[in-house]
Design a protein around this ligand. Sequence first.
Ligand code: BGC
Length: 371
Amino acid sequence: MRKGILSLTAAAAAMTLGLTACGGESGDTTSAEQGGATSQPSATGKIGVILPDSKSSARWETADRKYLEEAFKAAGIPADIQNAQGDKTAFQTIADQMITNGATVLMIVNLDSGTGKAVLDKAKSQGVATIDYDRLTLGGSASYYVSFDNTKVGQLQGEGLVKCLAEKKVEKPVVAELNGSPTDNNATLFKNGYDSVLQPKYDSGEYIKGPDQSVPDWDNTQAGTIFEQMLTQEPKIAGVLAANDGLGNAAITVLKKNNLNGKVPVTGQDATVQGLQNILAGDQCMTVYKAIKKEADAAAQLAIALAKGEKPAASGTVKDPEGNRDVPAVLLEPQAIFFDNVKDVVNDGFVSKEELCTGDFADKCTEAGIS
Ligand code: BGC
């Protein structure tokens, strides 16, 4: 039988986290279905989840929603998953409605820390348990935080770019940085991670620091405009640290127009179908795969336990530097993906061969050992 115990690691914080619900079998998603008279918990709670948007990354609608839904369904706990579509006012309205409709647990991916905090504080004041999902709300009041080791994500991106630049054998490459949204704490952590790799290279003169800009709301269209300006300003850009696959694809589109795709390595994150296809095509150097099923499962197990009135324990914590508090946390390990291990993402069931290996990509898939 599947044990609902999550064993997770986070290298940066040197944490090995085990998450167990105090109620013993409460983490076991099959217990509700079995319905044994004595083991059946009184599942009176309801879970509300607010996703941020559907444009900044394909993940929210294609992966997070699906995995969360599956986990709640398996546990037989009623859940309402909505998407704020980048609208901060709608975000608050959705939260209010969820609480009015009886949500006892609220899980959010904030659009920025300020509005996220307002939502969390209000929920808390009404006795609703709260979870920060993927993005930490700085100065917020969430009872739990579930994410990946995001500094490590950035470090993998930095190291990936270094590897790809070495393969291109460019002398003193000019590196451009296309960062995520300045309002997303993760974007700060990603940048801390990749700059920890790149800054020493700028300092030593091995690399030349090129344009370095954030993309508001991770907006892919704006990213294209920003990168176009970067390339006009600095035509010698030889490598692009793009913080996710969407931003990477925006840069690749501009590089294509200038016949520079494939010559200038670009990074990414999320192992989206588009990002993986860009890697197969040779236009993108790498992406970072975050096993979102594990993230969704970890968050769902917490939410389910809370909905059952339990007080689950997360054996790790992360520091909220703004609120100056240690938030009980579960952090998972990201994985760097290059052409040679795109197959790992398929083997893990995150993308299917059918959706990845379409048309011209079929041959590339064979070459990359995807069968
Ligand atoms: C997430 C990334 C995602 C980005 C844009 C970040 O907070 O961690 O996976 O690509 O937001 O949605």
